[in-house]
Design a protein around this ligand. Sequence first.
Ligand code: MV4
Length: 446
Amino acid sequence: MFKKILIANRGDIAVRILRACKEMGIKTVAVHSLVDESLMHVKLADESVCIGPNNARDSYLNVSAIISAAELTGADAIHPGVGFLSENGKFAEVVALHGMTFIGPKPEHIAIMGNKITAKKTMEELGIPVVDGSNGDVKSIDEATNFANEAGYPVLFKAVSGGGGKGMKIANSPNEVENAFKMARSEAEANFGNCSVYLERYLVNPRHIEIQIIADFYGNVIHLGERDCSIQRNHQKLMEESPSIALPREKRDEIAEKVSIAIKKLGYVGVGTLEFLYEKGEFFFMEMNTRLQVEHCVSEEITGIDIVKEQIKIAAGEKLSIKQSDIHFCGHAIEFRINAEHSETFMPSPGKIVELYFPGGNGVRIDSHVYRNYEVPQYYDSLIAKIIIHAPNREECLAKAQCAFDELIVDGVFTTADLHRKLIKNQDIISGNFDIHWLENNLRRL
Ligand code: MV4
């Protein structure tokens, strides 16, 4: 097992990883930017190193500074957390070249999934259902129109190097193809430095359902069921839950089984998530996230498995300690993301948290790094806390969430808590009647 892990991240996820390390008796190194000097994970870590100025590019994305910090402190592994360098295959290679372990999958698998066409092709060959699309990048308007006429409208252009929704353009009819193609290409070039785009049949009202997997070096693979992440805005998830109210158990078992087999055949190692769109009882693979995810907590709650501990053990070469048949899905869990943002405009709201009280009690989990008088910096993601509620069923979960939000106090910055207070009382949310567009379509009415 590792003796010392450097955590190349900040915020709630750095604290989450630090806790796993501490429980396992592993020493921790925190890294931080100038403004993050008094961050919670810095206070809790055994050692800390300042890796640069506030701008993430100069600190949390600064590969040489992070490698130097790891060598200086004698860390034997680096945990990239979420975001930042977590899906950077080059970084994973550099870590290995310096004789340390990157706590994540093999660089080759990061690379396959980083290209949306190879990701889709790979998964399709491994028996995972995908949405009808151009087999490769689309090079001309003619080629695009031909595909669209065959597949039927609407169609969707996507960036090959994309992900997270940037550079997507819909064409509803033949006369919209040219414009959508050109716009998608220029957005792809501007955002990813690669103008390649591909085409898919556009799914109009899907849900976002993802499958969590964990795989070790010895071909053992388990899945932790699904998470429904349909409640999102501008590709930022706000509320995630498991199980999905829209997904019959047999359908869950069927897709999760297919995913486990595919992951085993692929030789993938570590934790990962396959993101699907689910419409009219059918799954369509979109992307695979080759890292820990923000919303991993809901799967932990309903399975009792510590995903981060398993991830660390696997990276150290240990066998998975759980078999699929040992996993029992228990109750319902919902995660509410508390961002320092205005709850109506979603404008960032940096500043000092002058008053803070977190809810508690049975089934109420808080993953957070903030404390009273903490100053939310303007430089990074605005997530300040995750409230994860676990109860025997969805109804009790929502009731418990109401109690938790009655107790919660965050003063000094605007937060998304006010939006959650409305969401959990909304009839569509209560009855599970929503798709990926629901929040954007209903914000004004909430
Ligand atoms: C789609 C789609 C509809 N049809 N693909 C957005 C981000 C990327 N992960 C996939 N995305 C989508 N792909 C087809 N063929 C709709 C979306 C999409 C979306 C997906 C998941 C969660 C939120 C979304 C919001 C808008 C569009």
